[in-house]
Design a protein around this ligand. Structure first.
Ligand code: KG4
Ligand code: ZN
Length: 343
């Protein structure tokens, strides 16, 4: 079956078409119109601006996706079986553009809609390249979320850990702003961190919050404050940006990996999934694979391909496909967005 996916929860307007059968998924089209260059000048996403650009981008992105998939606009919707759309969590004005588009298409072409949770979408980015093995533990790290989710089957989620304050991506974005590296912070911090040579170390280090605590929660706002105090007492910091970035990034990576491994051991999972925009981080990907191999050699690690780590609609369509198979299809008139939607 062919599924149309639509994602507009933050600042990416994304449309994808998937062909799916059993566990096998083929991406026919994946188009993402990023607004990074627009929001960069404000140092972060401005919700009203994002929504207006979603309105401008939506139909061109949809058209481009149909062309990429080799579908004629006049007949495409006869071949599409359902429309999967992100309904939350996210920015309400952004979510509305995607959902209203999905509703209009569903009404016009008499198609069912499958509502998709954005976090589930990130997790299902992994289903695009491999079969999911349950029970599995998913670490979802993005600009808005840092969650440990235990899954016992498709669509069966239990959140066992969460951030108590900032998300990991948010901590990277805020640190980059403080160090004058621009937005988004994750790629900027990781590029600077890669320039650090350990032989030049000045001994700088940052805390690993909650690492001793016997639960699976995270906290990153203290790390950001530690960076601020460090910068205030070190007039030489502009000459040590690679070291600052390396150590700050490493503190986040250590917190993420150690909690995830502990949770995976406790719940005896068969696979561990990494998901969300921060999973684009090369150091996190490599260190995660290494530590998991050492400490949980029997668990299978799944990391999404790079172009499916940050927001996209292929992941939404993939989550929608498995929801659809479980009967989660709804008439267009019965769906609403929920900016605080839980898994
Ligand atoms: O999943 P995503 O695109 O949007 C949300 O759902 O929030 O994640 C965006 C986050 C931002 O905080 C960004 O700085 C971070 O992912 N990010 C990265 C990298 N690429 C994006 N963080 C670390 N390393 C990267 N290469
Ligand atoms: Zn996201």
């Amino acid at each position: 079956m062919i599924i149309l996916g639509i994602e507009t929860s933050c600042d990416e307007t994304a449309v994808s078409l998937l062909k799916a059968r059993g566990q096998k998924i083929t991406v026919l089209a994946n188009v993402v119109a990023s607004q990074i260059d627009i929001h960069k000048q404000y140092g972060g996403v401005v919700p009203e601006v994002a929504a207006r650009h979603h309105v401008l981008n939506m139909l061109p992105v949809l058209d481009q996706a149909l062309v990429q998939a080799g579908l004629e606009r006049s007949t495409a919707f006869k071949k599409i079986k359902t429309i999967a759309v992100t309904v939350g969590p996210g920015l309400i004005t952004s979510l509305l553009v995607g959902l209203e588009t999905a509703k209009t298409l569903a009404y016009a072409h008499r198609l069912p809609i499958v509502p998709v949770n954005h976090i589930a979408g990130h997790i299902y980015a992994n289903a695009l390249s491999q079969k999911m093995k349950f029970p599995c533990l998913a670490l979802t790290v993005s600009g808005g979320h840092t969650m440990l989710v235990l899954m016992t089957g498709h669509g069966r989620y239990q959140t066992i850990g969460n951030t108590l304050d900032d998300a990991a991506g948010e901590a990277l974005d805020k640190a980059a702003k403080l160090l004058g590296l621009g937005y988004p912070g994750g790629p900027a911090i990781s590029a600077q961190a890669a320039l650090f040579k350990k032989t030049n170390s000045t001994g700088l280090t940052f805390p690993r919050p909650l690492s001793e605590k016997d639960n699976f929660n995270f906290s990153f706002s203290g790390l950001k404050t530690a960076l601020l105090y460090q910068v205030q007492k070190d007039p030489d910091w502009p000459h040590k940006i690679p070291e600052y970035c390396y150590q700050y990034q490493q503190a986040i990576i250590d917190s993420l990996i150690s909690k995830t491994i502990r949770a995976a051991q406790k719940h005896k999972v068969k696979s561990v999934i990494l998901a969300g925009g921060v999973s684009a981080n090369q150091e996190l990907r490599e260190q995660f694979a290494k530590r998991l191999q050492q400490e949980l050699p029997l668990a299978k690690l799944s990391i999404p391909e790079l172009n499916y780590t940050t927001d996209n609609a292929a992941m939404v369509a993939a989550a929608g496909y498995f929801n659809f198979k479980q009967g989660a299809k709804t008439n267009w008139s019965q769906i609403a967005v929920d900016p605080n939607l839980n898994l």
